[in-house]
Ligand binder design. Structure first.
Ligand code: ACO
Length: 322
């Protein structure tokens, strides 16, 4: 049996850090409000020359390096992003060009904040079926470029960054289960209501911004993520007590706490980066994973549950042995 194993991780952040206090100089908000409602203290914002693909490439190089591989060993690239460099070609092919590993498939996955889980689950199928040996899975965003900086209900929540993993074929586990879901009826609770074939003028005018019904997102997220946890554990034939680490999508500390409670897990075993990074959408899970691998919290042989939800709504999770 072939398993997909996380062979290496990496991450990258833009240079500029923006604290809540700095944001409060231009937006009608406060450090206290943001921290209390979301847990966010600061976020990184991409500047000129920093793009989704440049952050993705930096994260990818680290992941390939820590996997002990060369770029030429990579035979599949999937980039999860809501904020691609271009309409086309895909950010994955731009990353492939920068890495110089040509020929294998490279494509983007769009599931907003659930994008990394979707990309991870997709890459796992390639590896498990023998269609790829070393898959590079990246979550990368310059999400702050689709924020309306005059809308305090959204602009305080998000940040930019990238995280990456290499999933390699292995005869030992490995990814134990992946679960994906979507409910397209929820479109207008969290969306950018313009794109290439609808309301394109807003894109051209630089007015294609995130809109969100925060309370509906919150309620749905708590319920949906509880379902992910139940289903993933059942499918893996595991109990919550067997999970060493929860690495959740980093949207809001209160959503994270409710999933930890569902797992009866101490917050000491939950990787939290939302305070430092804000919500980096598809990048948040691999960024958090890499943070905890690098600082030595997550050790080889331990069991990790990742989960996330985003616009659509789309949501999902995975359990893997690191
Ligand atoms: N600063 C100060 N005041 C604010 C701000 C702000 N940035 N934003 C809203 N307010 C005000 C509102 O205007 C409102 O004022 P009012 O009572 O005078 O009308 C008050 O704060 C309360 O607003 P609510 O929307 O009720 O605040 P709530 O407690 O629901 O918190 C939040 C809002 C943080 C967005 C919350 O609903 C939430 O976290 N939802 C989940 C959304 C999320 O995480 N989205 C990320 C993308 S999806 C994902 O990744 C899962």
């Amino acid at each position: 049996m072939i398993y997909a194993k996380v062979a290496g991780t990496g991450s990258a952040l833009p240079k500029r850090v923006v604290s809540n206090e700095e944001l409060a100089q231009t937006v009608d908000t406060s450090d206290e409000w943001i921290k209390q409602r979301t847990g966010i203290a600061q976020r990184y914002i991409a500047g000129e020359g920093e793009t989704t693909s440049s952050l993705a490439v930096d994260a990818a190089k680290q992941a390939i390096d820590t996997a002990g591989l060369n770029a030429s060993d990579i035979d599949l690239i999937i980039v999860a992003t809501t904020t691609p460099d271009l309409v086309f070609p895909s950010t994955a092919t731009i990353v492939q060009n920068e890495l110089g590993c040509f020929g294998g498939p490279a494509f983007d996955v769009q599931a907003v904040c659930a994008g990394f889980v979707y990309a991870f689950a997709t890459a796992e199928k390639f590896v498990k079926t023998g269609a790829a040996k070393n898959a590079l899975v990246i979550g990368a965003e310059t999400f702050t470029r689709i924020l309306n900086w005059e809308d305090r209900t959204t602009c305080v929540l998000f940040g930019d960054g990238a995280g990456a993993v290499v999933l390699s074929a292995s005869d030992e586990p490995g990814v134990l289960t992946t679960r994906l879901y979507a409910d397209g009826r929820q479109k207008e609770n969290l969306w950018v209501p313009s794109g290439v074939s609808t309301n394109y003028q807003a894109m051209q005018d630089g007015a294609a911004f995130v809109q969100m019904n925060g309370q509906e997102v919150f309620k749905f997220a708590v319920k949906a993520l509880a379902q992910v946890v139940d289903d993933a554990l059942e499918e893996a034939g595991m109990t919550a007590a067997e999970i060493d680490w929860l690495v959740p999508h980093q949207a809001n500390i209160r959503i994270i706490q409710s999933t930890a409670k569902k797992l009866k897990m101490s917050m000491d075993n939950v990787v939290v980066t939302v305070d430092q990074h804000g919500n980096t959408s598809a990048a948040s899970i691999p960024l958090a994973l890499d943070t905890a691998v690098r600082d030595g919290r997550i050790q080889r042989g331990q069991t990790v549950l990742i989960e996330g939800i985003g616009g659509g709504f789309a949501w999902g999770g995975a359990i893997f042995r690191f």
